[in-house]
Design a protein. Structure first.
Length: 176
């Protein structure tokens, strides 16, 4: 009898109890936002726009620098024949232009960073919406962004970046 109770207890313990403690397997995904930026069509378009704007701002700065160089060379040539008052006036004009150039550099730098941040935030918002959809549709428990979550290692089957890129490209092609 004692043996029957032990066997029945073992059947119950090994048969039914583990099912109560076992949940469904946790489905976890990892997304590489940097890869999405570099490989998605929207990411490539944004990078092209940012690069173009940067080149445009750089050209304006270079033109202004060339004008300053010409102004300095002209002043050096004329300095021998100018009166002391005219020399001071020319030096003052040059310092004002140099200060304007430095302010222009700062303004362009801020404008470029603002453009870059706005573009990245827009893409990030869209990618997070798509990732949220995928998570809900496919029953993910958790989806992490590779860099910000500090993921050091993950099996490749957890990476859903390519799936997000495909869905993002499809979404962008429908809106354009």
């Amino acid at each position: 009898m004692k043996r029957a109770v032990i066997i029945l207890s073992m059947i119950l313990f090994f048969g039914f109890i583990p099912e109560a403690f076992c949940a469904d397997i946790a489905k976890i995904g990892v997304v590489d936002f940097q890869k999405i930026l570099s490989e998605s069509s929207a990411g490539k378009i944004i990078q092209k726009q940012i690069t173009g704007k940067g080149a445009e701002l750089q050209k304006k700065l270079q033109d202004e620098k060339n004008q300053l160089d010409e102004m300095q060379k002209a002043f050096e040539r004329e300095s021998l024949v100018l009166s002391p008052e005219k020399q001071k006036e020319k030096q003052r004009e040059f310092r004002i232009r140099v200060n304007d150039f430095k302010k222009m550099q700062d303004d362009f730098s801020k404008e470029f960073k603002r453009l870059e941040m706005n573009s990245l935030n827009k893409i990030q918002k869209e990618v997070f919406e798509i990732t949220d959809e995928i998570g809900k549709e496919e029953g993910y428990l958790l989806i992490l962004e590779k860099k910000t979550a500090g993921v050091i290692y993950h099996p490749t089957q957890l990476d859903i970046t390519d799936q997000v890129i495909k869905k993002y490209n499809l979404k962008m092609s429908k809106t354009n």
